[in-house]
Design a protein around this ligand. Structure first.
Ligand code: DC
Length: 260
């Protein structure tokens, strides 16, 4: 495994995206197929994963939403950082699951939608801690594997999908981008005022979050050796999805491309 922080990598041409080992025998699409997308925040991972899934007619799983939901539960139920056992039991009892009739699928706890809660600042601040809890991660890994059993044509995105949860995935991607570019995207995405949130501060936060994500013992953010690494610093979403779709179709036989 290599570390997630890469030197600025020039965008790859489609031909170069085929793994150095050559083109493996395509897997037929009538059997279960999973595509994993991992990488740090601000690389466009979620949008890319959702768009790729739609284009290839696959379901889309946002595993970050599951960790965010656990963080929201921790805040709402006022668990402290030393009440890990109680928190994990609460999250298990909440039976986190998705409403697959929505696009993108929305997350529910205790059968109640909590999507509106999980992108708040306080949840974003708390989730790094929650994501370090091994007991909780093991529960999430089990849930994610069950979701795949129920949705056997899946694009899943997170931090550990190709490395821990689905090590045998048919296609693995790792998205990366320059921290400053990720910081700028985040400021734009959240509509923040550059007066109150400078690029420098956001960049520091992003680097710190990467450090926490990649240094935890369980399920750290790493680039699996067999993943295709794509640097999105200089690429728009469409260009990234085009590259990934072409690569996926080279590896997975009979995947119909859908018009969007
Ligand atoms: O992708 P995101 O920002 O929604 O992820 C929220 C947090 O959850 C982030 O701190 C990383 C963590 N996470 C994780 O540890 N493992 C995953 N598979 C997905 C997200």
């Amino acid at each position: 495994m290599s570390t997630p922080t890469s030197p600025a990598v020039k965008p790859l041409a489609v031909e170069e995206l085929i793994t150095p080992q050559g083109i493996p025998t395509p897997v037929p699409s009538n059997r279960p197929i999973i595509i994993t997308i991992d990488g740090p925040a601000g690389t466009g991972k979620s949008t890319v994963a959702r768009t790729l899934a739609a284009r290839l007619g696959l379901d889309f799983l946002d595993t970050g939403a599951m960790y965010r939901a656990a963080a929201a539960i921790m805040i709402d139920k006022e668990y402290k950082e030393d009440q890990i056992g109680e928190l994990v039991s609460e999250v298990i009892g909440a039976d986190l699951h998705f409403d697959w009739s929505q696009d993108p699928p929305t997350i529910l706890a205790w059968d109640t939608p909590i999507d509106h809660r999980i992108r708040s600042h306080e949840v974003t601040d708390a989730v790094s801690f929650v994501a370090t809890l091994s007991e909780l991660r093991q529960h999430m890994v089990r849930k994610q594997r069950i979701i795949f059993a129920q949705h056997p044509h899946l694009v899943t995105e997170g931090r550990d999908q190709g490395s821990v949860v689905f090590p045998d995935a048919a296609v693995k991607f790792y998205l990366d981008a320059d921290p400053e570019i990720r910081a700028r995207r985040r400021i734009d995405q959240l509509g923040l005022d550059p007066e109150t949130m400078s690029l420098e501060t956001m960049c520091k936060r992003i680097v710190e979050r990467d450090r926490i994500d990649s240094s935890r013992d369980d399920g750290p953010l790493v680039c699996p050796d067999d993943a295709i690494r794509v640097d999105t610093s200089a690429l728009g979403i469409e260009a990234v999805v085009d590259l990934m779709a072409k690569h996926t179709m080279a590896l997975v036989a009979d995947l119909p491309e859908h018009d969007l």
